[in-house]
Design a protein around this ligand. Structure first.
Ligand SMILES: Cc1ncc(COP(=O)(O)O)c(C=O)c1O
Length: 404
């Protein structure tokens, strides 16, 4: 593969299929063709003059193909947003994606050969598990505790894998306001994990969709803020709108280049129209008022959920107390199967949740569930937890009546 980057620290990590990914000559020409001094006969661009809505809106470029890496203006906005999170990035290292979900899929594509190990938290974001599973990975699941991944366990598994010459292709983490666990990794652990990744010559994917949604407590700097080798993902889904499908990946230059090839192969470029809409929305600081409104709303909803759990949930159950984000994680006694219980919750009490099993690559989590507090309104949350507690109490009662 011809690379613009002389040094690529990650050649031992890429999947075999990545060597067949290359830059599209047509796409390269397209970016030249957008320069005003060029008369381009190269790409397959429709005539801008004939776009039907041109009379009505003055955003013709929003109807055209755009650069695969994303519009420069939007990448500049993203640069500002991540700076607020403590991450310094050049706009050239930012790739705009169709949601961060697309970045997860492309990372699976460029790194994972069938059977390759990758490290994930247990539980982990189900969309990432699904994306990576489709490349036939071998999941190494490391349990979470209150302040993030179990470092002792991670270190032990990495040294075992090293002995088998099977080091993981990457370590996938959601350190802040974890989906689904609702917890946040401590700063100390973030530092340790960065050192471990270096020691075991692997790369960290830090997925950070939620850190701007902090209700309380002190912000903890992302791993990427002190370690440039981290692949850092973000999204407009949680701070603006998920329907627009806009996210980003900030990666070391050599990985960034592979991601662009994968992006060209997947969809050429992210929708120019949505990029322009979002660029406009984030043009001045008024988006911060919108963020404040979201935080205020979600904080109140979280508080109602926590209060209702305290009031209605029976002894033997516990839950996390998230300082931000959208979810909390409930653990029921280990004899309860939340997948089976869901049918009854929906049928009898008209309540839905996600059973914990979905978030584990290793089959665990059967007694757990993820509860979202950002979507239902406060009175619904209170009523919903009250009804859900009835189902839980019934399950506990049934178990006890058979086991006395
Ligand atoms: C941890 C995590 N990563 C990625 C995503 C995907 O987000 P997007 O809408 O940007 O594809 C989500 C969505 O819920 C998520 O929770």
């Amino acid at each position: 593969m011809v690379s613009r980057f002389k040094f690529d620290d990650w050649t031992h990590l890429y999947a075999t299929r990545t060597s067949s990914l290359k830059s599209s000559e047509v796409r390269d020409l397209l970016s030249v063709g957008t320069r005003p001094d060029i008369i381009s006969f190269a790409g397959g661009l429709p005539s801008t003059k004939n776009f039907p809505m041109q009379k009505f809106i003055n955003v013709t470029m929003a109807l055209q193909y755009g650069p695969s890496e994303g519009h420069e203006g939007l990448r500049k906005q993203i640069q500002k947003i991540v700076k607020e999170e403590g991450v310094k990035a050049d706009s050239e290292n930012i790739l705009v994606t169709s949601g961060s979900q697309q970045a997860l899929d492309m990372l699976g594509k460029i790194f994972i050969d069938p059977g390759d190990p990758i490290v994930v938290e247990a539980p982990s974001y189900v969309g990432a598990l699904n994306a990576f599973a489709s490349y036939q990975t071998n999941f190494i699941s490391i349990p979470l505790e209150e302040d993030g991944i179990r470092i002792d366990e991670l270190s032990h598994r990495l040294s075992e894998l090293k002995k088998q010459s099977k080091l993981p292709k990457f370590i996938y983490l959601v350190p802040t306001f974890h989906n689904p666990a609702g917890i946040t990794m401590s700063e100390e652990k973030r530092k340790k994990i960065s050192l471990l990744a270096k020691e075991y010559e692997t790369i960290i994917i830090e997925d950070n969709p939620y850190s701007q949604l902090r209700f309380e407590g002190k912000a903890i700097p992302p791993i990427r803020s002190f370690d440039d080798s981290v692949i850092y993902l973000g999204t407009f889904s949680k701070i603006f709108s998920p329907g627009l499908r806009l996210g980003w990946a900030i990666a070391p230059p050599s990985v960034h280049e592979k991601l662009i090839f994968a992006k060209q192969a997947a969809d050429l470029c992210t929708s120019s129209f949505t990029q322009r809409v979002v660029e406009k929305f984030f043009e001045d600081d008024s988006w911060k008022n919108h963020l404040e409104d979201l935080i205020e709303c979600y904080r109140k909803r979280r508080d109602v959920m926590l209060r209702a759990l305290e009031e209605f949930f029976p002894e033997g159950t516990k839950w996390t107390i998230p300082e931000g984000g959208l979810f909390l994680w409930v653990e029921l006694p280990d004899y309860i199967n939340t997948t089976q219980m869901l049918a009854e919750a929906v049928r009898e009490e008209k309540i839905a949740y996600v059973p914990g099993r979905a978030f584990f690559a290793d089959g665990k989590g059967t007694n757990c569930m993820r509860l979202n507090f950002s979507y239902p309104e406060e009175d619904k949350i209170y009523e919903g937890i009250k009804r859900l507690s009835k189902v839980v109490k019934k399950q506990i009662g049934l178990y006890k009546s058979f086991n006395i």
